[in-house]
Write a protein that binds this ligand. Structure first.
Ligand SMILES: Cc1ncc(COP(=O)(O)O)c(C=O)c1O
Length: 392
């Protein structure tokens, strides 16, 4: 039987058994509405508040600073849009980067149409920003700096604590999209010095469609969804009780095993990187050092990333080329263009993202399958002959 290897954990993860077991009672016998005052409802309410405490503890926050959302995109939208609403008297200038997830970038684009001005900091070939350029970009009317903690396509980890230090000197709020970081590397809101932080359960073996926004105590953000009084009146709607419980269980598990997971996953990632870089005309994308433990990302010249992903699928390997959200479009990824890759090379990207569910045998299998697929695709490429003859 053909092996199945899931190597797209930055896209989403399989639900952990611990999370599923924690969720089951809230999908079956404990179905009460958390707003109901009878005991079945109170059971759900208690589960939510216990989960809030666990999630807060996992990122060094207080329970009252955690607001549940429908995932990472909603948390990003809420943070950014509500700062614009709240701070409109001070100004409408926002600083971000060219490599943010579309949940941030498209939100900023929409706000630009409504009169906000946005400075998108460029990044270097590793996907790192320059702190001097950040300082230079700050204006008197800057209200928010929103910079991701770790990039979803190339795995680069950005210097958020330094960003916050600069922002604090100028009294500017900081939001970080930590969707790819939480559960994988240490995240502490005080060490990072951020005012808001987004996370999503399905990136750390929790369920899909549930996430959270951390909002520092004292920062009163306007309501995002109006209606009932849930989430202190800021995010109306009957809570996704099972999702919240599953998210807390998955995060607690990820934090308890983090050191061990980082060691195991980094070793597998490095084996992928070391061996796949032996392929002719290949490059690593992202920062070689400040990089997520599970992200091995590459570009291979004279290759179409989509063809590579489909060929790997035929061999039972789930991988991606660019981000999951942009894989429906044929444009090269904005992240790969931002790190300076030419269009034709950016098209040949491969992202393998592994986690603690993967094994050494998975890595052996990927390493056995990728090189012959690339060789076959290159044989079919009209560019390949020119490339090996030095004409390209
Ligand atoms: C960095 C980053 N931010 C935000 C999101 C969006 O999260 P969600 O799919 O939970 O809305 C993702 C998901 O891919 C992501 O990787």
């Amino acid at each position: 039987m053909q092996r199945f290897v899931y190597a797209d954990n930055a896209g989403t993860t399989a639900l952990s058994k611990t999370a599923l077991e924690a969720m089951m009672p809230y999908l079956t016998e404990f179905y009460g509405n958390p707003s109901s005052i009878y005991s079945l409802g109170r059971k759900s309410k208690t589960a939510i508040e216990t989960a809030r405490q666990k999630i807060a503890a996992a990122i060094g926050a207080k329970a009252e600073e955690i607001y549940f959302t429908g995932g990472g995109s909603e948390a990003d939208n809420w943070a950014i849009r509500s700062v614009v609403e709240k701070m409109s008297k001070k100004g409408r200038h926002i600083i971000s980067t060219a490599i943010e997830h579309h949940a941030v970038l498209h939100t900023l684009k929409a706000l630009e149409k409504q009169g906000c001005e946005v400075t998108y900091l460029p990044v270097d070939s590793y996907g790192q920003i320059s702190l001097d350029e950040l300082k230079d970009a700050i204006r008197d009317d800057t209200i928010l700096i929103t910079i991701m903690m770790a990039n979803n396509e190339i795995g680069t980890i950005l210097p958020i604590a330094e960003v916050s230090k600069i922002a604090k000197e100028r009294g500017i709020l900081v939001h970080t999209d930590a969707v790819q970081a939480v559960g994988h590397i240490p995240v502490d809101v005080d060490e990072l010095g951020v005012d808001m932080l987004s996370l999503a359960a399905h990136k750390f073996r929790g369920p899909k469609g549930i996430g959270a926004l951390y909002v520092r105590k004292g920062l009163f953000l306007p309501a995002y969804l109006t209606g009932g009084g849930q989430e202190k009146g800021r995010r109306a709607g009957t809570e996704n009780v099972a999702g919240i419980v599953g998210m807390a269980a998955a995060l607690e598990e990820a934090i308890a095993n983090m050191d061990e997971n980082i060691k195991k996953v980094t070793a597998m990632r490095d084996r992928l990187i070391e061996n796949l870089l032996k392929i002719q005309f290949s490059r690593l994308t992202g920062d070689p050092v400040n990089r997520l433990p599970g992200t091995a990302s590459f570009v291979f010249e004279c290759i179409e990333g989509e063809s590579l992903v489909l060929s790997l699928d035929a061999k039972g390997i789930c991988a991606s080329s660019g981000s999951a959200c942009s894989s429906a479009s044929l444009d090269p990824s904005h992240v790969l263009l931002a790190i300076g890759l030419p269009h034709e090379i950016a098209h040949g990207s491969l992202r393998l993202t592994i986690n603690e569910d993967n094994t050494d045998e998975d890595i052996d299998y990927i390493l056995a399958e990728v090189p012959p697929i690339i060789a076959r695709l290159r044989e079919m490429s009209p560019l390949w002959e020119d490339k090996i003859n030095g004409k390209l």
